[in-house]
Design a protein around this ligand. Structure first.
Ligand SMILES: [Zn+2]
Length: 407
């Protein structure tokens, strides 16, 4: 029949596979295509390739295929089995799907493209006309494929970052390849054991080649990295330090503002954003206001100046002058009588040998932060991650730069 040939071509069936029957279900808006292997042809054992005659047929299975003319299209087949002297009775491989899959490779490839393009699992689910679980399965298989195909190419610079997940204070840890801008893997907590498992899942040759690791000052990150990649320098992330200093400035402002208010002094009212904004990003008006404000001897002004002064640290090229600069800054900060600033200064001092490594490697978690916003986007759009496993899969699917396609 005409439509059988047509469907053979549409499906890209390789000979001697052929279309046996096509049935159109107008009610279900569905096309079912039966495929068969000629009875008189030999088949190959999938394990060793040895040819023999058909032993029998497996039960009928179906595969969801790409829609044809907007009709949901299902392939069905009773796949021949061989009796191999070595491997027993086994079902032959089919060219249109990976073993055990309920979808054809073309469909899975299309689903991957679709999900990558719309970054929205709910929308993807509607367009693909599949269930949430089927969609999860496709993503999981795609990520598994991609992870298997990854090569152990050298990674010089690694970033470790925590990411809030679920309700309350639950954190997952995201390990990233800073050279290639991709997520290496995600661990379920931010505890030492979890970080250890991330390091240990990395091939040894790759782990031994890591030169430096960017991270905040979280003890578990530090300890695990020291234990697992002994040769690597730790570089405490510049942006975390800047943000700690900004928080300290804000704390000083809050306290001072509360004290001033007790004396009915509203000088600092509505100034929060001014103290947090980068001067170069202020409008002319804001600059004027800020200048006037900063002339008065507010404690928050002194805190702000110390924070801004610290920015110079990152511009140093040589270690000696950078150390001298830090000594002077540290002296000023710790003699400022500003408790929040003193606290941050002491933290930096305690970790200083792993802060000054920045001059050598110039790495930050800025990339990882970019990934974080992408992860946030994935999380917001795809509400209802049922547990960590699916969350990890989604992160790797979108941020792992993996080869996701079936073949
Ligand atoms: Zn065999």
């Amino acid at each position: 029949m005409h439509d059988r040939d047509l469907y053979s071509q549409v499906l890209g069936l390789t000979k001697p596979w052929k279309v046996k029957d096509v049935r159109l279900g107008m009610e279900e808006q569905q096309v079912v295509v039966w495929i068969e292997w000629p009875e008189d042809l030999k088949v190959k054992c999938p394990d060793c390739g040895k040819e023999s005659i058909i032993y029998d047929h497996a039960e009928e299975r179906s595969w969801r295929h790409l829609d044809t003319c907007q009709f949901k299209t299902i392939l069905r087949c009773r796949v021949p089995r061989v009796k191999c002297p070595e491997h027993g009775v086994v079902t032959m491989n089919v060219p249109w799907a990976e073993p055990h899959s309920r979808f054809t490779m073309l469909f899975e490839g299309f689903a991957v493209d679709m999900l990558q393009a719309c970054q929205n699992r709910t929308k993807g689910q509607v367009i693909l006309k599949i269930s949430w679980d089927e969609l999860n399965l496709i993503m999981r298989k795609a990520v598994e494929r991609g992870m298997c195909r990854r090569k152990a190419e050298p990674i010089q610079f690694v970033g470790i970052d925590e990411k809030n997940f679920g309700r309350g204070h639950n954190y997952v840890t995201v390990m990233s390849d800073l050279d290639r801008g991709r997520v290496i893997d995600v661990a379920e907590t931010n505890e030492t054991k979890a970080i250890d498992s991330l390091w240990q899942s990395m091939p040894k040759t790759q782990r031994d080649g890591v030169v430096a690791v960017s991270m905040d000052m979280w003890e578990a990150f530090i300890n695990s990295t020291r234990n697992n990649v002994k040769q690597a320098d730790i570089v405490h992330d510049k942006f975390h330090i800047v943000s700690d200093l900004s928080d300290a400035v804000n704390d000083v402002r809050k306290k001072e503002h509360a004290m001033l208010l007790e004396n009915k002094n509203e000088s600092l009212k509505g100034t929060k954003f001014l103290w947090l904004k980068r001067p170069e990003r202020m409008t002319a008006d804001q600059k004027e206001r800020f200048k006037a404000l900063n002339k008065d001897q507010f404690a928050v002004g002194r805190a702000w100046n110390l924070k801004e002064l610290f920015r110079h640290f990152w511009d140093y090229v040589y270690v000696k002058p950078a150390r001298d600069f830090f000594k002077r800054w540290y002296f000023a900060a710790t003699h400022s009588r500003l408790a929040p600033i003193i606290k941050v200064a002491k933290t930096i001092q305690n970790h200083f040998e792993d802060v000054i490594t920045y001059l050598k490697h110039r790495i930050t978690n800025a990339f990882a932060e970019g990934i974080n916003s992408k992860i946030q986007q994935v999380k917001t759009i795809a509400r209802g991650f049922r547990g960590f496993a699916n969350y990890r899969i989604a992160i790797l699917f979108y941020c792992g730069k993996l080869d996701l396609y079936p073949r």
